[in-house]
Ligand binder design. Structure first.
Ligand code: GUN
Length: 277
């Protein structure tokens, strides 16, 4: 069993982005918008800003109060859409309940949508014509590629069907000719379906959800979960100690998928700049 080092792989991606920006003398800006006081979002946004600094991307932070209205946020998005110093726009989710997330996402210019959440970019992902790769699924693909495993023809099972992770994840695996199954809360015989997987990706959001009896011997297990256990410690969806001995490769939490999401965001911001030039 080998642990996939997301920290090291994400560093290599960020170095590649940093070197290209430096070599071409590019001036790139990313607007990072956070609304309200969600603690996890605060940590993610700080990490995104740090990565920008590393890569030589200027980050513009907009921290808005919890009671911000939908109208006010739409207005900010309009301003950022029209600002030529801003190449990418990221609105951290979740948003407070008075704001319709989809309405905000659809207002972001598809050319600046570095999360690839806009319907235009989601549609492009469906047909395999990417402007931007969805950050977390793209990061997972890099981690799988790092093992040297050929995805073509393999049984791939994705647990979770969110718009941010599960659905685009399934598409990227499909584009590399995986045989893909998406499981969710209504799936019958979940353990049995998961046991078929050569590559198992969990994006559920529940600590300890994936147990050893759900994993085939020699499987690659990728843990997208970001949860807190009873002691408040960051952990994934996978019961790591129980599952790891059965795997060929497994990602840890922290230090697996998390840093990759941010590295892919940097890559998308560089892509945005190129798209707009
Ligand atoms: N919330 C959780 N993951 C993400 C992400 O990748 N992008 C944004 N904008 N918000 C998130």
């Amino acid at each position: 069993m080998q642990i996939i080092d997301g920290k090291a792989i994400s560093l290599a991606v960020k170095e590649r982005v940093r070197d290209e920006i430096a070599k071409d003398g590019l001036k790139i800006g990313l607007a990072v918008v956070i609304v309200g006081n969600d603690q996890a979002s605060r940590v993610y946004v700080n990490n995104k800003k740090k990565a920008c600094e590393f890569c030589g991307i200027t980050s513009y932070e907009y921290a808005l109060p919890e009671e911000t209205t939908e109208e006010q946020l739409l207005e900010l998005v309009d301003t950022l859409n029209g600002d030529s110093n801003v190449n990418g726009i990221l609105v951290q989710l979740p948003l407070p309940k008075q704001i319709n997330e989809q309405k905000i996402i659809e207002r972001i210019s598809p050319m600046k949508d570095v999360d690839a959440f806009h319907a235009v970019n989601v549609g492009k992902i469906m047909i395999g014509e990417y402007s931007f790769l969805p950050c977390t699924p793209a990061g997972v693909m890099e981690l799988i590629h790092s093992t040297g495993t050929e995805i073509s023809g393999k049984e791939c099972v994705v647990i979770g069907r969110s718009n941010i992770v599960g659905k685009p994840m399934a598409m990227l695996l499909l584009h590399e000719n995986g045989t893909v199954t998406i499981c969710h809360s209504r799936t019958k015989n979940l353990a049995e379906v998961c046991r078929r997987a050569d590559i198992l990706v969990s994006a559920v959001g529940k600590a300890g959800f994936v147990t050893a009896d759900m994993v085939k011997d020699g499987a690659i297990v990728i843990d997208v979960g970001m949860n807190r256990n009873a002691e408040g410690k960051l952990c994934g969806d996978v019961d790591f100690d129980g599952v790891a001995p059965k795997c060929s490769y497994i990602t840890p939490v922290p230090g697996g998928v998390g840093p990759m999401t941010i590295a892919m965001l940097m890559e998308n911001t560089l892509r945005a700049k190129k798209l707009q030039s």
